[in-house]
Design a protein around this ligand. Structure first.
Ligand code: ADP
Ligand code: 5GP
Length: 202
């Protein structure tokens, strides 16, 4: 039986979600990142099987046809999906799982799991700051940045569908808030601060 929590985290591209998730996961126990499959090309420094499983479009579509994805979506012109087997393997260990997926994927997970997931939206302090962060990251060409900014306005409209909103003003503060949410949700599901199930036998 799965005793972990499923955290679904969305944010417009460039908000700082990857930065926040990496620091949060490194600082906590019993929580893992669900590595997605994507047809996007790797950015400098991204590792196969750590950041994503990088696959060709025909492989992705064949996996989709076989029903291997729990959810999938086209985001900024690339395909992204969460494979069922990735989630299954972590769930069997009873770990908390973080899904870093876009608003379309979050909607699909919500339909499948209803009240079982914890939905968290990370918002940038402003659209201007988001543009600065995307440009500062220097991983995308200008045209791609423009697409991501246009999509951000659309994605912000889904904010009310989420249980929690974190504004990423400073990384340190956003990480503290995310850790607090994880700890609070662990308390709801009777797990101790380190994520282990509580064993209260009197
Ligand atoms: P995402 O995963 O949401 O696309 P990243 O984590 O790659 O975003 O962050 C985008 C850029 O913004 C990176 O260069 C990162 O260092 C920077 N960044 C992240 N959080 C902050 C913050 N709170 N203040 C300033 N810059 C930030
Ligand atoms: P990036 O290309 O910047 O890594 O990610 C772009 C967007 O794709 C982000 O909003 C990210 O959350 C989303 N994304 C990453 N993996 C998945 C996935 O498996 N499914 C869905 N639906 N979106 C994903």
């Amino acid at each position: 039986m799965y005793h972990g929590n499923l955290f679904i985290i969305s944010a417009p591209s460039g908000t700082g979600k990857t930065t926040i998730l990496k620091k949060t996961i490194a600082a906590m126990k019993e929580i893992v990142f669900s590595v997605s499959h994507t047809t996007r090309t790797p950015r400098a420094g991204e590792q196969e099987g750590v950041d994503y499983f990088f696959i060709d479009k025909d492989v992705f579509l064949s996996m989709e046809q076989q029903g291997l994805f729990l959810e999938w979506a086209e985001v900024h012109g690339n395909l992204y999906g969460t494979s069922r087997s990735t989630i299954q393997a972590e769930a069997e260990k009873g770990l908390d799982i973080i899904l870093d997926i876009d608003v379309q994927g979050a909607r699909q997970v919500n339909e499948k799991f209803k009240d079982k997931g914890v939905f968290i939206f990370i918002a940038p302090p402003s659209l201007e700051e988001l543009a600065r962060r995307l440009a500062g990251r220097s991983t995308e060409a200008e045209a791609i940045i423009a697409t991501r900014l246009a999509n951000a306005k659309e994605e912000m409209k889904s904010i009310d569908d989420y249980d929690y909103v974190i504004v990423n003003d400073t990384v340190e503060q956003a990480v503290e808030v995310l850790k607090s949410i994880i700890i609070a949700e662990r308390s709801r599901t009777r797990r101790d601060l380190s994520g282990e199930p509580l064993n209260l036998v009197f």
